[in-house]
Design a protein around this ligand. Structure first.
Ligand SMILES: *[C@@H]1O[C@H](CO)[C@@H](O)[C@H](O)[C@H]1NC(C)=O
Ligand SMILES: *[C@@H]1O[C@H](CO)[C@@H](O)[C@H](O)[C@H]1NC(C)=O
Ligand SMILES: *[C@@H]1O[C@H](CO)[C@@H](O)[C@H](O)[C@H]1NC(C)=O
Ligand SMILES: *[C@@H]1O[C@H](CO)[C@@H](O)[C@H](O)[C@H]1NC(C)=O
Length: 348
């Protein structure tokens, strides 16, 4: 049934010239979630991502690909996109039918959720890796091994083994999937790298503020926690360090980090905190290094003019107010107000 699709001319076409790949590996992946509510009702949602950039969404009743980037239609003709939609639709319909049969046979209950992560990764050295993994209720379920063309699993339960048997029984689909992952996915990835180069090169500068967390009740000799909040940066890689008297604080128990977290506007944020002893007389600054800063770093000193002690709470309140004001100003003039770091560093 799927065999005719194998001889589609586009499927065999290779990209004429291999466009340059930016440094670092780049991934094109399709994430597909299917919610099985009961025997008669399922919900599906699909999305394609180039790195962390959402490029397509897939609505499957029947399947319709939506292009979320101006260049997302590149690489295939409208007819080829339509063939792909039909192929995915047929494949998902078969999968849903199979899962319903198995769940009913094995007496397993609704609702349940399956998720697919399918795609390819292109390395700077020109090699690529393919992946096709399915999960069920948040746990590994089955994976497709592109080299052998076989579905495999780590699980031993009856439902999974039966699913594996059915999936491996259909050789035509396996060959098609192997081809889609090895050739179509890699060609599309190269095409997007070429046509989406401007989106991939997007740079958003970080905005950072330093403030002290409200300290524990008076009388407790606990350290004060300084927090450096860095937000609004893109791409994801960032380096945030604390300087004590101009020296980088070594990793260890005094430091803590939230890790890099996403914002809603496809920028990222991170919080890094440093525990400091009140009254030790050191100066502190948070240093941010990011590709958008053109080789410079952003340096935000902890402005603490008052001595530590009884006045601390007042100082901190004032500090928090000042930081809030600075944050408001920074947000307002986000693209302009970056300090000249070389100048700042010399004055530390
Ligand atoms: C199946 O689930 C859907 C969505 O939750 C619900 O609207 C529908 O009534 C359910 N049908 C049956 C037969 O339980
Ligand atoms: C190419 O790069 C990837 C990822 O960095 C690495 O895993 C792979 O071994 C490399 N292959 C060759 C042939 O150098
Ligand atoms: C993207 O590619 C076009 C054409 O290949 C080129 O003119 C442009 O400078 C590139 N832009 C970036 C940001 O690399
Ligand atoms: C780091 O911060 C997290 C919350 O942001 C907290 O749960 C965790 O205990 C902290 N770790 C240390 C070592 O302070």
């Amino acid at each position: 049934m799927l065999l005719p699709l194998l001889i589609l001319p586009w499927a065999w076409g290779a990209l004429a010239a291999s466009p340059p790949v930016p440094p670092g590996s780049l991934t094109l992946r399709l994430l597909q979630t299917i919610i099985f509510h009961n025997t008669s009702s399922t919900d599906m949602a699909g999305t394609a991502l180039l790195g962390d950039l959402e490029t397509h969404s897939l609505d499957c009743r029947p399947c319709k690909v939506r292009f979320l980037q101006p260049w997302a239609q590149q690489g295939l003709t409208p007819k080829e996109w339509q063939d792909l939609e039909e192929l995915i639709y047929r494949y998902l319909s078969d999968f849903i039918r199979l899962m319903k049969e198995l769940v009913e046979e094995e007496g397993e209950g609704y609702p349940f959720v399956t998720q697919f992560s399918i795609g390819c990764e292109l390395h700077p050295n020109g090699t690529s890796r393919r992946f096709c993994d399915a999960g069920m209720n948040g746990e590994d379920f089955v994976s497709f091994d592109t080299d052998s063309g076989k579905w495999v699993t780590q699980r031993g339960d009856k439902l999974t083994l039966k699913a594996l048997e059915s999936l491996n029984y259909n050789r035509v689909v396996a060959v098609m999937l192997q081809f889609l992952l090895r050739t179509t996915c890699v060609n599309q990835l190269k095409s997007f790298v070429q046509h989406g180069n401007e989106s991939l090169a997007r740079q958003e500068k970080p905005v950072a503020v330093v403030f002290a967390r409200v300290p524990p009740p008076a009388g407790t000799p606990a350290p004060v926690l300084l927090v450096c909040r860095v937000t609004g940066f893109y791409p994801r890689p960032v380096r945030v360090a604390w300087l004590q008297d101009g020296e980088e604080v070594a990793p260890g128990g005094r430091l803590n980090s939230s890790g890099i977290l996403p914002n809603a506007d496809l920028t990222y944020q991170l919080r890094s905190s440093l525990a400091v002893e009140p009254g030790a007389g050191h100066s502190y600054a948070c240093r941010v290094q990011h590709s958008s800063l053109g080789g410079q770093s952003l340096l935000i000193p902890w402005e603490q003019s008052r001595p530590w002690g009884p006045g601390l709470a007042v100082g901190i309140t004032l500090g928090v107010l000042a930081v809030a004001a600075v944050a408001a100003v920074l947000r307002w003039s986000r693209r302009r107000g970056y300090q000249d770091v070389r100048h700042r560093e010399s004055s530390l």
